[in-house]
Structure formats: C-alpha cells, structure tokens
Design a protein around this ligand. Structure first.
Ligand code: FMN
Length: 276
C-alpha cells in the first residue's frame, strides 16, 4: 500500500494532511502495518448547514493507519509540511529590526522558541527567499546584531499577519498594520507598543544550515510587559490576562484558553500513589 503526501499548492505552510493514495506511482514510503486495503477517501456532509447557509463538506480519509517515513525520502516541502503540522502550536515572534537606512521592519517567525535561561537565549529559524536572497529581518540582524522579539496575542494577531506580507521596501508594514513603536532601552531597535511582551535581543551566533536556512541564536537583554499582564513583585504573568496565539500550519492558529494542571511528582510521591 502506498501512502503519498501530496505537496501543498502553497509555498509557505501547507494543509498538513497526509492521505492514502491507493493507486498511482511506486510508493516511496509505507504504512507501518500492512492492514486491510485502504478505503477510498470519503466525503461526508455535515448534518446542519454552516452559519452562512452553505452545506459545508468535510472530507474524511478513512485510512489513518500507523505511518512512518524517512525524512531522506521526502522533498523539503514535504518535510516542512509534516514538521509544521506536528510540532504545534508554535509561539510566534514578531521580530522588529532596523536596516542600515534606518527603516524599521517587522515580520513574524514561528520557527522560534526559548532555548535557555542562563544565558537567556532564544532561537529563530530564518528561511531565505527562493532565489537565496536574505529576508529583511535576516539582513538587518546581520548588519546591526540587534533585534526585538514581540510576542503575539489575540489582539495583535491580525497586525502580525499584515507584517508577513512582502511589502515593497518603500512601504512600511508597521504603518499598514497600524502598529505603534516605542524606543528600545538596551538596543537601538523599537518594540511594538501593542505587544503583550517584548524581548530586546542581541545576536549571539548565526549558523547557516544549507543555502536556504539560518539558525539565529539571540541573547535576551531585557523584557517589557504591557500594562496589566505582570505582577512585578513576584515576576508572575497573569495567565488570565495574557492570551497568546500559537501557529498551527498554513493559515491555522490556536488560542490558549483551555489550560490544565499536571502536578510534577517526586519519585517518592509517585511510588506512594502507586502503593495506595
Ligand atoms: C505566522 C507566521 C510564521 C512565520 N514563520 C516564519 C519562520 O519561522 N521563518 C521564516 O523564514 N519565515 C516565516 N514566516 C514568513 C515571514 O514572516 C515572511 O517571509 C516575511 O515577509 C519576512 O519579512 P521580512 O523580509 O521583512 O523579514 C512566517 C509567516 C507567518 C505568517
């Protein structure tokens, strides 16, 4: 049985689905178990019409057998599709940087995370443009060595998305997204006033992984919090007031509204609970 991951028609992202493809060319990768032959993909109709009155169709692929694939057998685009759909939700860094011409740039990056606290490091995955030209963010940080990571909440999500548009150099995404800037304290890069949190950063190292990818490690020099989000005496973030947005894949995002607690036990606590 062949399983074919259909490449996304879109450049950035993709829909993240991997579907059974019973016929066609020689399979390049296989399901783990050789179960019964796959059912043809089914389409079912939702019971009630959508709010807009259309009968929306939900495509159900019946075959969702365990699956494994070697990344060496995949095209980069297919690897991107699988990684972006499975490592979710990813936090979003809306990075502000300044070019040598003094123009302030803002762009979102979801290949982003915190890496350590001592030293305090964050990482960004910067992809180059198809013709291997660096993005404005990548070029600016290479030139100045400093940038600001503005974190993205629900109120900032739409502005963040406008900043992902490839504007011509003479047009400012900050103005288009109606964002306001506040001056940096430790770096000569402004932060976004609407951002819930902003991290002023200095480049530690930039590593090139192939012609298309750069991994940027940055040291956090300072954190800014918008009013109403932090208890400064205890350095506690008010999670009822902070509504971060995570990226799923393609145009999909996640809110963080359904929180739950899982107490982390010591070995003795775990044993005592088992022996009850
Ligand atoms: C939510 C979101 C996340 C993104 N994450 C990344 C990323 O991790 N790496 C990357 O190279 N581009 C990413 N992009 C695309 C860049 O934001 C986009 O190419 C942008 O135009 C770059 O702008 P710049 O040339 O001003 O730096 C992302 C876009 C969106 C909407």
């Amino acid at each position: 049985m062949g399983i074919v991951a259909h490449p996304s028609p879109r450049g950035e992202g993709g829909d993240g689905r991997v579907s059974a493809h019973p016929g066609g060319a020689e399979p390049r990768y296989k399901a783990i178990s050789s179960g019964p032959p796959p059912h043809p993909a089914r389409t079912c109709r939702r019971e009630s019409p959508s709010p807009r009155g259309e009968a929306s169709r939900v495509s159900l692929t019946a075959e969702k057998a365990p699956f494994t694939v070697a990344f060496a057998d995949l095209e980069p685009r297919e690897r991107y599709k699988l990684l972006c759909a499975t490592v979710v939700p990813r936090p979003i860094a809306l990075v502000t940087s300044v070019g040598s011409d003094g123009v302030v740039n803002a762009a979102p990056f979801s290949f982003f995370n915190v890496f350590s606290e001592d030293p305090p490091l964050i990482v960004l995955g910067l992809q180059h443009k198809p013709e291997e030209a660096r993005k404005d963010t990548t070029r600016n940080i290479a030139e100045t060595g400093v940038f600001v990571v503005n974190l993205v909440d629900e109120a900032l999500a739409e502005g963040m998305n406008i900043c992902a548009i490839d504007f011509p150099p003479e047009e400012s995404e900050i103005e288009a997204a109606r964002l306001e800037l506040l001056p940096g304290v430790d770096v000569a890069v402004p932060r976004i006033a609407q951002a819930p949190f902003a991290l002023e950063c200095r480049r530690t190292v930039a590593l090139a992984f192939g012609p298309q990818r750069e991994l940027l490690v940055g040291e956090v020099l300072r954190l800014h919090a918008r009013e109403g989000l932090m208890d400064p005496s205890r350095l506690r973030v008010d999670m009822d007031a902070y509504h971060p947005v995570g990226r799923l894949f393609a145009d999909g995002y996640a809110r963080q509204r359904d929180r739950f607690e899982l107490k982390r036990e010591s070995y003795d606590e775990w044993r005592a609970r088992r022996e009850l």
